[in-house]
Design a protein around this ligand. Sequence first.
Ligand SMILES: *Cc1c(COP(=O)(O)O)cnc(C)c1O
Length: 364
Amino acid sequence: MPVPRLEIDLDKIQHNAHTLVERLSKRGISVTGVTKATLGSPEIAHAMLQAGVCDLGDSRIKNIEVMRSSHVPARMSLIRSPMLSQATRVVTSTDVSFNTELEVVRSLSIEAQKLDRMHAVVLMVELGDLREGIMPADLMTTVRETLRLPNIVLKGIGTNLACRSGVSPEDSNMRELSRLARLIEVTFDISLETISGGNSANLQWAFSSASTGRINNLRLGESILLGCETLQRQVIDGLHTDAIKLVAEVIESKLKPTQPWGNLAQTAFGTGPAPTDHGTITQTILAVGIQDIDPCGLLPPKGTSILGSSSDHLIVTSTFDGVAVGAEMTFQLNYSALLRAMTSPFVTKSFKSTGNISSLSQTA
Ligand SMILES: *Cc1c(COP(=O)(O)O)cnc(C)c1O
């Protein structure tokens, strides 16, 4: 099998998604499966849909277009505010987009009229994380304007926390979102279908809160793919954390000193920490690098630790002997490493599901 490769266990992903869908449905919350870390992989999208997610969400129109052209049978939401320059594509390929700028919604309205179709919007509200969102004080005006726009349906409101500033989703900010939803419904005499409370960082709140209020949707990516929540990166009970693994090949294995020699200046990526002398060790080089993964986001196998990296090399040492040239080594990944591996054309994506193995190399 080609290396480096991501080994993606679709059964485990489906299990993770299904477990979350079941647990959240007891709290009246549906799950939007977020595909953005998978480069719009139709295989992973299918696994999420099999598990019962209500729709799919992605931050990039390109990924949604890929899934559309692979005939992934789902409603799809663009969960990042659309670029004005992509309004036509957004109306063409998505059912819903998440919005924070009236100018953009107006443009979506114009494109939707041209294409003679309806486009649904979720208005995102800023609740403290300082990434995307309409300031609560401006929300009612934005809703009033949105409701006037031809071919636009206001599907609901949402918020996103714990991304830019790490603000935790909890009863106070979730209650605020519920309150705003009720206020919109009463003021404009409409009912909102979706109140989307957040992402994988909302899970602890969703499982433990006495009341989830009006929140009836979460958008989940990392927890489905990696099995953990994202506030403290705690493993979620019953979920697989090894659904996706990275396999790389050893291209050099030698005994080397831990101390470089010569005058030390900048490395390829600026200056690193000064090396400490641990005598001579087994130094192993794998053919994978910063172009393909985030070295800080790799969990090496037992007995192995990561010493350094450059664009094309990952340097490790192992307590066991004889890591032979040509041998393969397997790593677990965090979200950052996963994102980069998924988007690297040099990393083969190898999918496995009960009895089926298929490889998809984007280098071909
Ligand atoms: C990425 C993203 C998500 C999913 O976040 P995870 O932490 O992967 O669950 C949800 N909503 C928005 C707006 C996002 O950008």
